[in-house]
Design a protein around this ligand. Structure first.
Ligand code: ACM
Length: 265
């Protein structure tokens, strides 16, 4: 099956929701694809200093500004999107990702492994790792940024049947892009890491994000990788069914050869 997937990289402006939504709209409108992944916290920016700031930027997964924009785009463009957003649910705040489909369905994942000061304002995610169907029934697993450093996250998604791991990110450490090659190899899945670019400042804090968004196939080959700075959408044609074959060699299946009785996890 031919399936067009994309990764959208840009530099959100902290607390400037209108700018960020318009920027994503402008980047996405000319692009035709089946599935496109965007960065973590794409409409709000990343570098919060307190819960009050997060409260102001957070939104409902049903009818917030991010859900509204992507529902409209998904229908108009006949594309599934995965995008990170600051979720408000029952007066709790999660660092979440939503999968939005052309038929209007929306599925949510809440970041399991919070990074650094995120622990001060976000609740640890409580959704667990589930598989959802994107356009044409392709099996999508979502994780958000720092989930990458815990191999259990990608493993759980792959064992549950993910063909593509959609990975909205705001990366600041230097290792993730290389590590995700391994996540793809050890699980024989596609991974799409959508990172952001740019530097954010808030009071005396400053963070620079590493770009280099990428699409990796189940053999760990880099199909697409952007540079550290560019703002664009890159598209690749893949066959998601390649992820159903878990054989690393004719004698080695990375799922059925697992010797779980030997592991102490
Ligand atoms: C991160 O989890 N945003 C580094």
């Amino acid at each position: 099956m031919k399936y067009k997937v994309g990764v959208c990289q840009f530099g959100p402006k902290l607390f400037d929701i209108d700018y960020n939504l318009n920027r994503m709209k402008k980047l996405l409108e000319p692009v035709n694809a089946d599935l496109i992944v965007l960065p973590e916290l794409a409409a709000s920016g990343y570098l919060f200093n307190n819960t009050k700031e997060l409260k102001k930027m957070s939104e409902s997964s049903r009818d917030g500004h991010t859900a509204k924009l992507f529902k409209k785009l998904a229908k108009e463009k006949n594309t599934s999107y995965v995008v990170g957003f600051a979720e408000k649910a029952d007066d709790k705040f999660f660092n979440s990702a939503m999968l939005v489909n052309p038929d209007g369905s929306i599925f949510i994942y809440r970041k399991t492994q919070l990074f650094f000061e995120e622990k001060k304002w976000f609740e640890p995610g409580n959704t667990g790792f589930k598989i959802f169907k994107a356009k044409r029934g392709i099996q999508i697993g979502m994780m958000v940024c720092f989930d990458w450093i815990f191999p259990e996250c990608a493993r759980t998604l792959a064992l549950k049947g993910a063909q593509i791991i959609a990975h909205p990110s705001n990366l600041v450490l230097p290792w993730c892009q290389q590590a995700m090659i391994t996540r793809s190899i050890e699980n024989r899945v596609f991974s799409i890491t959508a990172n952001r670019t740019g530097t954010e400042r808030n009071a005396e804090k400053e963070l620079t994000f590493t770009g280099m968004s990428q699409i990796i196939n189940p053999r760990g080959e880099i199909i697409k990788r952007l540079n550290e700075f560019e703002e664009s959408v890159d598209i690749a044609e893949i066959d998601p069914e390649e992820a159903n074959d878990k054989k690393a060699t004719v004698h080695n299946d990375v799922f059925t050869d697992r010797r779980t009785e030997m592991y102490e996890l």
